[in-house]
Design a protein around this ligand. Structure first.
Ligand code: NAD
Length: 378
């Protein structure tokens, strides 16, 4: 079937993996990648598919309603996968307004433009989909009731036998009440509410998914895993917030893209699906895995980079534990992670070490100034 799919934020980390998957897997679809190319957007993430005949890039800002109207009409868009966002919690603490503008007003502009176009067609909403990508951070924080770790209640074919822990007995479900704490998560929560409101009010076919922390190739090196790989390479300090006790659930980005593909095609309108890795880790333990992997691949002696760990003042309002229950998606649509965490980390570290030019190009630009300012006291 021919379709015209708009993917927003396709030059970013997760978006580039979604664009790559769709362009390769669906030659009959026209994939329009709409991105503003902020500091986090990088077309080099898509250099392997940019010449494919079913791929088009459009530079635009999602908060520009007139532009969204024009683009959706011009490309006769019938499906939207919306990933464009400001995505870094630390930046949201410094500059919440940019997060409200892009994440809230931008999502609203996109919704409104899609609604107007689809309502103008004879078949209206039939065969259409507005799929909004969100985060587990909207649910707030869980307590760390079991700091030593207990056996995780979840199993997938990718579950690790070595590390199969949970650090508490509560998990985020699709029905968990929203309770965002950071300006980032507050802006994402607000955009999720607007998406659901467009379904409930106008009957627009919408869908929301809330995913846990992603890791993998092409992630902007302000985020923990690429930041640490790069710092180890340059023998720079590894800044760890607080005591490194905070817990996150980690998912390999290609598995997230696979989930998005499954849900876009088979998910039920107006539903919410949690997407997670069934894979909880304390930050300090993740850091040690990254150190061990980088040192091994670079041929450093064991423990060589441990001295780079530098504990820094905790992030303001730092949520203690995120842990997601994504058994609904596993049960209803048959998705589960395909990679064990140990394999995913190995692939990821190798990718960053093999693609140093990609990293150097990014870290020499605007990001460099931001990074120096951010960590000047460490
Ligand atoms: P990213 O920061 O790597 O990429 C965001 C992209 O959006 C960039 O290409 C940027 O240029 C673009 N963008 C920003 N503002 C824009 C605007 N006003 N108009 C058009 N484009 C704009 O982010 P990511 O980590 O790939 O996250 C993508 C989505 O997934 C976000 O909505 C985020 O909230 C969500 N998410 C991320 C994670 C994660 O671990 N990274 C987890 C769950 C959900």
């Amino acid at each position: 079937m021919k379709r015209n799919i708009l993917i927003t934020g396709g030059a970013g980390f997760i978006g580039s993996h979604v664009v790559r998957l769709f362009v390769n897997k669906y030659p009959d679809y026209r994939i329009v990648n709409l991105d503003k190319l902020t500091y986090a957007g990088n077309l080099a993430n898509l250099s392997d598919i940019e010449d494919m005949p079913n791929y088009t890039f459009v530079r635009a800002d999602i908060s520009d309603l007139e532009e969204m109207r024009r683009i959706i009409r011009e490309y006769e868009i019938d499906g939207i996968i919306h990933l464009a966002a400001e995505s870094h919690v630390d930046r949201s603490i410094k500059d919440p307004f940019t997060f409200a503008r892009t994440n809230v007003m931008g999502t609203l502009a996109l919704l409104q433009a899609a609604k107007e176009y689809w309502e103008s067609l004879p078949e209206r909403y039939e065969g259409k989909m507005f799929y909004h990508i969100s985060t587990d951070e909207v649910y707030g924080a869980l307590e760390l009731t079991n700091p030593e770790g207990i056996e995780s209640p979840f199993t997938t074919t990718a579950s690790s036998s070595e590390h199969h822990h949970a650090y508490g007995t509560e998990f985020f479900l699709e029905t968990t009440k929203y309770n965002p704490h950071s300006p980032y998560s507050a802006s994402k929560a607000s955009s999720d509410h607007f998406v659901r409101a467009y379904h409930d009010t106008y009957g627009m076919p919408t869908l929301v998914t809330n995913c846990s922390n992603n890791y993998g190739p092409y992630q902007f090196p302000e985020k923990l895993i690429p930041l640490f790989i790069n710092n180890i390479r340059h023998r720079k300090p590894l800044p760890v917030y607080g005591k490194g006790e905070n817990v996150r659930d980690w998912l390999y980005v290609v598995d997230h893209a696979r989930a998005i593909d499954t849900i876009f095609h088979n998910g039920k309108v107006a539903e919410t699906y949690n997407i997670g890795g069934f894979n909880e880790w304390k930050n300090i333990d993740i850091i040690k895995v990254v150190i061990r992997t980088v040192d091994r691949l670079l041929g450093n002696p064991e423990g060589y980079s441990d001295e780079l760990i530098t504990y820094v003042t905790d992030r303001l309002g730092h949520d203690m534990r995120y842990a997601i229950d994504s058994r609904k998606l596993q049960r209803e649509l048959g998705w589960e992670p395909s990679l064990q965490f140990e394999e995913g980390i190995e692939k990821t570290v190798r990718w960053y070490l093999d693609n140093q030019e990609w990293m150097d190009n990014i870290t020499s630009g605007e990001y460099e100034k931001y990074y120096e300012e951010m960590y000047k006291n460490t």
